[in-house]
Design a protein around this ligand. Sequence first.
Ligand code: FAD
Length: 460
Amino acid sequence: MHLVWFRNDLRLVDNPALYHACASGEPVRAVVCLTPAQWAEHNESEARINLWSARLDWLETQLEQSGIELTRLELSRFSDCSAALSRLAEDVSAKALHFNYEYPLNERNRDRAVCESLNAQGVEALGYHGDVIVPPGSVVTGNGTPFKVFTPFSRAWMKQLLRLEHAPLPLPEGLSLASSERVTLPVPLGVRQSREQVYPVSDAGLLALLQRFIVEQEPDYQRLRDYPARHGTSGLSPALTIGALSARQCLAALKQACQDDSWQHSIWLNELVWREFYRHLLVSFPELSRYAPFRPEVAARIHWCHNEAHFDAWKAGETGFPIVDAAMKQLNATGWMHNRLRMIVASFLTKLLRIDWRKGEAWFMSRLMDGDFASNLGGWAWSASVGADAAPYFRIFNPQLQSEKFDPNGEFVAEWLPELRHLEPKERHKPGAGQRYGRPAPIIDYKAARKAALDDYNNS
Ligand code: FAD
């Protein structure tokens, strides 16, 4: 018997752990560890848990019809995985356990403990790089050291990619996909519905979403990706985060749609490379998983404010800055936020309110449907100027200008703050807009807050 341990890799296609277990020719059993008490204790996002659970149900049905049983181990803590998997391996006389690597430090420590205890009982533990296109550790500078800056990383990443076999692995032999899947294409992410109901969980639904994006939107991605009202991005992050789709499947779809080598210059692919960069960094610099700043010299000059009223206003979307508030209301209602808005609200929290980026990071993880430790940590540390290749500290987004530039007709802000529909589009961006209709007054004065942040930083 070979075991496959599913985690954030809930897919049948391009799943190296499942593929190699099936290729062993031995009977295969799937296993998953559930730790609901710990999810609650860590305030993990309900939207993400619901999506993960729905996809797990889908996966179980698919596995069952190919004769693979899924065992659900309900545990009180993450650290109990090792003992529970050892017991299961013994019960079913497993010869091996296959799993795809996860890169945050806690997960790597957990996996190390699992491997040690299985090996001690004579069970092989086999790990694979299924969550990235190019494995961590294989993209290094000429001196063999890890890259700390994105652009040279991305060039070296591409060179490495071209040397590697990177086509997705097929469905393992002997497995089949149910043909009766109903495909309902979801509304674009971030639209007001509760997205657990509309986000696809089946392969058919997800592949249709990927294909539609690649054919209809990817060619315009560079032009539209920064406008939250335009839905110009793929909306695939929730699927990538739980591993329902792999980054290699995304790359393969992109390559297939291009007639030539133009895929190598795709701006969309570049975003997937950011995803890889943050994963590679976690492996090269494990202390990042413990929230150590990548640039301690910058972090040492920042003094965080402990203003709970400001933090609460930010969380609730009641700061009086329309673009910030609309974005936070979108997050709270749907579990998703557009990338441009993530940068704006993170800059607002960390630079203008001067609230610790780790509080924002944790709030995002408690709300996002695509909450992903590496990307979220990277995005927050970047926004606060303490991350790798981060924005310089003096780069502080002006929420009003960002709103005028990226939501020129005020459509996005009016979608989430209906009070602003009474105003002319150009009036919707100003701090304090819509007070007559019930919107709050701005909690800070932008210019004064910006000056205070820079003065404090420069005088430290
Ligand atoms: P697309 O534009 O279609 O991009 C395709 C894929 O590339 C995404 O699905 C995602 O997997 C990856 N990607 C895109 N941009 C980035 C990026 N800047 N960094 C890393 N990967 C990227 N992304 C998450 O998946 N989970 C998070 O928890 C997360 N938290 C973030 C927090 C902050 C403060 C910031 C600034 C960014 C964060 N991002 C996070 C990155 C990015 O905002 C989302 O990946 C993106 O908005 C998802 O939408 P999409 O699938 O339509 O992206």
